[in-house]
Write a protein that binds this ligand. Structure first.
Ligand code: 2AM
Ligand code: CA
Length: 252
């Protein structure tokens, strides 16, 4: 099934890529506010993925960002983000990805994150390790915060909610080599999985943002913890040491 999921992500990513940096073809709409957007490309990518599932796995359930839940008879569920990092996509920055996770009887079994503008395909199967473009990846072995590059993000309701992650940033920024804000939870977590960054935290995410990349990170030897229950999915990840240090600093 991994090969099917990779094929599906590649097809959807190629479709999205046709809209990328093509002025006038993107067709942006607001969902919640000016920070929360969906484009024609998100919808085209999602349609491609749903058609693929209908063709090859019609009995499977689907949870997807733009069209929600579809329940099927089989114990397999696809968790789909057609474009994670839509703001980057719309702006023309390359950090965005198609993210597809597969759960069997509620357990994560396959994760595929395809970032076509970066030429990067991440995937993992439970128990079989994590890969970037066919090469095995592992989390970083760096255990000093002062030598770590840590990524984060800011919640989409920052215009109305002062609980906007600035408190965590204030505590963590002075302790680390530097902070990044890439704008795609899926890419952030895969970069931690590949040892390119040492850790990542963000609040107010959804299951489709992080499902596939959670398995990829764990299969690369990383740790993920949800550090709050009151702000959507709020998670911290990294290798054991950096994960633990970040977790101890974050506001719970
Ligand atoms: P998206 O681009 O698929 O929406 C950036 O901070 C991260 O937050 C991205 O992974 C982004 O996913 C996610 N994000 C953006 N808007 C969001 C929203 N309204 N709710 C939850 N997550 C969101
Ligand atoms: Ca998305």
């Amino acid at each position: 099934m991994l090969n099917n999921v990779i094929e599906c992500a590649r097809e959807a990513g190629s479709i999205a890529l046709q809209y990328f940096r093509q002025d006038g073809r993107i067709g942006v709409e607001n969902k919640l506010n000016d920070s929360d957007i969906v484009t024609v490309a998100d919808k085209a990518s999602e349609t491609c993925i749903k058609q693929y599932i209908d063709r090859y796995f019609p009995s499977h359930s689907i949870l997807s960002e733009e069209s929600g839940e579809k329940s099927g008879s089989a114990d397999y569920r696809w968790i789909v983000d057609p474009i994670d990092g839509t703001t980057n996509f719309f702006t023309g920055l390359p950090f965005w990805a198609v993210s597809i996770g597969i759960e069997h009887e509620g357990r994560k079994e396959i994760g595929v994150v395809y970032a076509p503008a970066l030429g990067e395909l991440f995937y993992a199967e439970r128990g079989k390790g994590a890969y970037l473009n066919g090469r095995r990846i592992h989390v970083s072995s760096e255990d000093h915060m002062s030598r770590s590059v840590i990524s984060t993000g800011f919640p989409v309701d920052k215009n109305i909610n002062p609980d906007n992650n600035m408190d965590n940033l204030e505590v963590i920024l002075p302790k680390v080599r530097d902070i990044r804000r890439l704008g795609s939870a899926a890419v952030d977590m895969c970069y931690v999985a590949a040892g390119l960054m040492q850790g990542y935290w963000e609040m107010n995410l959804h299951e489709w943002d992080i499902n596939a990349s959670t398995l990829i990170l764990e299969e690369a030897g990383g740790y993920v913890t949800r550090f709050r229950e009151d702000r959507g999915i709020s998670l911290v990840c990294g290798n054991r040491a950096i994960h633990d240090q970040l977790l101890s600093l974050l506001k719970k």
